[in-house]
Design a protein around this ligand. Sequence first.
Ligand SMILES: Nc1ncnc2c1ncn2[C@@H]1O[C@H](COP(=O)(O)OP(=O)(O)OP(=O)(O)O)[C@@H](O)[C@H]1O
Length: 299
Amino acid sequence: MIEVKNLSKSFEAFKALKDVNLKVKKGSIYGLIGANGSGKTTLIKHLVGVYKQDEGEVIINGKDIYENNEVKSTLGYIADDLYHFPMYSIKDMAHFYKKLYPNWNEDRYKSLLEIFELDAKRRISRLSKGMQKQVAFILTLSIMPDIMILDEPIDGLDPLMRKRVWKLIVEDVAEREISVLISSHNLKELEDICDHVGIMNKGTILLERDLDEMKSDIHKIQVSFKTDNLKDLREQVEILHEEKRGSVSLLIVKGEKEEVIKIFNKYNPIIMDILPLTLEEIFIYELGGAGYEIQNLIF
Ligand SMILES: Nc1ncnc2c1ncn2[C@@H]1O[C@H](COP(=O)(O)OP(=O)(O)OP(=O)(O)O)[C@@H](O)[C@H]1O
């Protein structure tokens, strides 16, 4: 479990993190989205114990992470700027990790090398950027972490590798109940794998949502009535957005699905379809209501 309470951090006069609160439960995946410079990497460097906070707490599995090697040995971290010792091969690096991480699993390491089809004798600095990322995943997954912190993890990976990596992470979450935090600019990438998503903006978490709850609470409805019933409907349901396409209205409606359908059905619609919403659309409509320009925050 990852817990951040009232975390603040300044670099000289610049306040990079302002009163950040966040929780990633056991067996869940948290997606951290935010524009360049919003504070994701600064937050992550606190989560992995690189930075010491000015205020607040950063607790991993019930303990402060900063200068705590015992906690760090259960934590897998993939930084956005990977570092490998220049002369090291994958095998040398694995040897180094084996000494550093008590839960290192040699069988898993070997099977991951096969999955990624990498030769352990190859020097890491000579591999392509994407292959270096694959090595980082092999090493990180082989330490059998309780917690994984991934900063832009799939940048540089091709679509097949992305799929492979997500599958491995989701399996670890399901089988070993690890907690994962992933930062990304790409909401679409996170949509299928995260349970929670938080949007960072100017050093704070602007909005945080449970994805299942969120998806069950907001609906895209394509509807057409014989007469114009939208005026009456507006008084009974919360409509976040509406568009008219000929005789058909496209509505984004907030509320419990069955209840919303019941209300619409009272007006005998000629057609009524409930369409799936992407995560991006949900954020746009939710934040649109709050007066934010979501596109500026997440792209
Ligand atoms: N060591 C530092 N000294 C001074 N300012 C810093 C330092 N590290 C980060 N900052 C500032 O803090 C802010 C947040 O940076 P951070 O790297 O956390 O953003 P980010 O959300 O990870 O961005 P990106 O998506 O571009 O990676 C930026 O304005 C950055 O300039």
